[in-house]
Design a protein around this ligand. Structure first.
Ligand SMILES: *[C@@H]1O[C@H](CO)[C@@H](O)[C@H](O)[C@H]1NC(C)=O
Ligand SMILES: *[C@@H]1O[C@H](CO)[C@@H](O)[C@H](O)[C@H]1NC(C)=O
Ligand SMILES: *[C@@H]1O[C@H](CO)[C@@H](O)[C@H](O)[C@H]1NC(C)=O
Length: 445
C-alpha cells in the first residue's frame, strides 16, 4: 500500500518536472528568435517592415539643412528667394490635396532632365521594402530613389509554380513606365521617374560609405557587381547586380521630402492585397459588400474610395500583385489626400497574360469615378489609344526603349477588359449607382 502511494507521488513529480521543462523550452524559443529568417511562403509581406541596413535617410540628411522642409510645414509664401527655384523645389510647391503635380507642370522636363543628369553627391542603401534600392543625394540638394537594372527588357515573369508572384524581381523600367502611364491616365499620383546610366565606380561606390553596398562587392570578369543588403531571397549571388563596361542602368524617381526626412506617406493595408487574393481568401464579392455597408463617410463621401478603385484599374493595367498597402499624403492631410501610387517596380512583368483577379475590387464594388471612366473611353479611340500614347511618351526617356512592344497592345487589351467590367456593372446596378462623381451609394448590410 505505502509503496504504491510512493510510486504515484513519484509519477506526479515526474509529470510536474516534465511540464516545467517543456515550459522552459517554450520560453526559450520565444526569447531567442530564430537566427535564420525563413521567408514565409504564403505571406511574404510579413518581413516588409524590417530594416536591413543601418543607414537611413535621417542619418543622411542630418548634416545638411534642407530649406524646403521648413517651407512645407509652415507654407509661408514670403520665401521669395533671390535665386530661382530648382525644378525639384518647384515640384514640391506644386503638390496639392488632389495630385502630386499639376497638369501643366511647366518644370517637369527640367526636373526629369535634372534627375537624369545632375551630379550625385552621396549614395546610400535605402531600407524600406524587401528589394535592394538606393537613396541618392544630388549636389543640388535633391533626393531620389534609384532601383538598379536586374533583368533584360524581354525577361518576362511567368507567375506560375516556378515564377511565384512574390518572388518577382523588381524592374527599374516598371517604375519609369508607371510614371508615364499614370500621367497619361491623368491621375498624377506617381512621382516623376526617369532612366539613367551611371558610372558604378565613380558615381556610386566612391560616393557611398554604406556597408550594405560596399561589403557585398564582387568581380565578375571585368565588371563590378554587388549582392546588396536585403532579405536573402532577393539579395543573393544568383541575383547579383552587375555593371556592364563599368556602367549600371538605374531608374531615378523623385523622392518626396518631408519633415526631418520622415516618410511623407501614411500607409494603410489594402484589403485587396493580391497575395491574399491568391491564397483564395478574397475572391468573394462579400468583401466589397462589407466595405460598402460600413456606412463610413470615408467610403461614401470624398475621394478616397474612388481613388482606391482607380488604383485597382491601374494595377490591372500593369498587372501588379504587390499593392499590399495604399499610401496617402501625410505631408498634407491624409484624411483628405488622394491615394498615391508608390512603388510600382513589380508591374509590367508579363504582357502576354492578363489576370482578372487584379480587378477584384472593380467587379466586386461596381463603383467608379465617372469623369475617369469617360477619359478611359477616350483612350480607346483611334489616334488616341493608350498603347500608342505610352509608346510615344516612353521614347522620351534617356534609356528608351523602356518596355518591349508587346506591352502596348497589352495595355489596350486590359483597358478594354476594364471597360467591359464596368459595362457589366452598369447592366446589373444601373449607371447612376456605378458611375459616380463624389458620393458612393452604400448598400444595406
Ligand atoms: C513559368 O513561366 C516561365 C516564364 O514564362 C517559364 O519559363 C517556365 O517554364 C514556367 N514554369 C512552369 C512550371 O510552367
Ligand atoms: C561593352 O563593351 C563591349 C566591347 O567593347 C561591347 O561589345 C558591348 O556592346 C558593350 N556593352 C554595353 C552595354 O555597352
Ligand atoms: C485634415 O482635414 C480634416 C477635415 O478638414 C480635419 O478635420 C483634420 O483635423 C485635418 N488633419 C490634419 C492633421 O490637419
Amino acid at each position: 500500500m505505502g509503496n504504491s502511494v510512493r510510486m504515484t507521488l513519484w509519477g506526479y513529480l515526474l509529470v510536474g518536472v516534465g511540464i516545467l521543462f517543456m515550459g522552459f523550452l517554450v520560453c526559450l524559443t520565444l526569447y531567442f528568435p530564430q537566427k535564420e529568417k525563413t521567408f514565409p511562403n504564403s505571406l511574404p509581406f510579413a518581413v516588409r517592415q524590417l530594416t536591413y541596413s543601418k543607414g537611413n535617410e535621417r542619418s543622411l540628411s542630418k548634416s545638411s539643412q534642407n530649406v524646403f522642409e521648413n517651407r512645407l510645414q509652415v507654407d509661408t509664401p514670403k520665401v521669395t528667394t533671390e535665386r530661382p527655384l530648382s525644378p525639384w523645389e518647384e515640384f514640391h510647391k506644386d503638390l496639392t490635396l488632389d495630385e502630386l503635380y499639376s497638369e501643366r507642370a511647366p518644370y517637369m522636363s527640367r526636373l526629369l532632365h535634372s534627375l537624369a543628369t545632375a551630379p550625385i553627391s552621396r549614395v546610400h542603401v535605402f531600407s524600406p521594402g524587401t528589394q535592394f534600392k538606393f537613396l541618392i543625394k544630388f549636389e543640388n540638394g535633391n533626393f531620389a530613389i534609384a532601383k538598379p537594372m536586374r533583368l533584360k527588357r524581354d525577361a518576362y515573369w511567368g507567375y506560375n509554380k516556378t515564377h511565384l508572384s512574390w518572388k518577382d524581381p523588381e524592374r527599374h523600367t516598371a517604375e519609369i513606365a508607371a510614371f508615364h502611364l499614370d500621367r497619361i491616365l491623368g491621375f498624377r499620383r506617381v512621382a516623376p521617374c526617369v532612366g539613367r546610366k551611371v558610372d558604378l565606380l565613380n558615381e556610386f561606390l566612391l560616393k557611398s560609405q554604406d556597408d550594405g553596398l560596399l561589403d557585398t562587392l564582387e568581380w565578375r570578369g571585368d565588371d563590378i557587381c554587388f549582392v546588396g543588403d536585403c532579405p536573402a531571397v532577393f539579395c543573393n549571388k544568383d541575383r547579383i547586380i552587375c555593371a556592364e563596361n563599368g556602367t549600371l542602368e538605374i531608374s531615378v524617381c523623385q523622392k518626396l521630402r518631408w519633415k526631418n526626412g520622415r516618410s511623407p506617406f501614411h500607409e494603410e493595408a489594402n484589403p485587396w492585397d493580391h497575395y491574399v487574393v491568391h491564397n483564395g481568401l478574397k475572391f468573394m464579392s462579400i468583401l466589397c459588400r462589407k466595405y460598402l455597408s460600413l456606412q463610413m463617410p470615408k467610403i461614401s463621401h470624398g475621394r478616397f474610395f474612388l481613388d482606391v478603385m482607380e488604383m485597382t484599374m491601374f494595377d490591372y493595367l500593369i498587372r501588379n500583385y504587390d499593392r499590399h498597402h495604399y499610401s496617402l499624403m501625410r505631408a498634407i492631410n491624409y484624411t483628405l489626400s488622394f491615394v498615391v501610387l508608390v512603388d510600382n517596380g513589380k508591374g509590367f512583368g508579363n504582357p502576354f497574360e492578363d489576370d482578372r483577379k487584379c480587378m477584384a475590387a472593380i467587379y466586386q464594388c461596381c463603383r467608379f469615378r465617372k469623369s475617369t471612366f469617360e477619359r478611359m473611353l477616350d483612350l480607346t479611340k483611334e489616334g488616341n489609344k493608350l498603347g500608342d500614347l505610352m509608346r510615344k511618351s516612353l521614347l522620351e526617356d534617356p534609356v528608351a526603349p523602356i518596355l518591349t512592344e508587346e506591352f502596348f497592345p497589352a495595355l489596350d487589351r486590359r483597358l478594354a477588359h476594364f471597360i467591359q467590367e464596368i459595362h457589366k456593372c452598369i447592366d446589373i446596378h444601373g449607371q447612376d449607382t456605378v458611375l459616380v462623381d463624389k458620393y458612393v451609394k452604400v448598400v444595406e448590410s
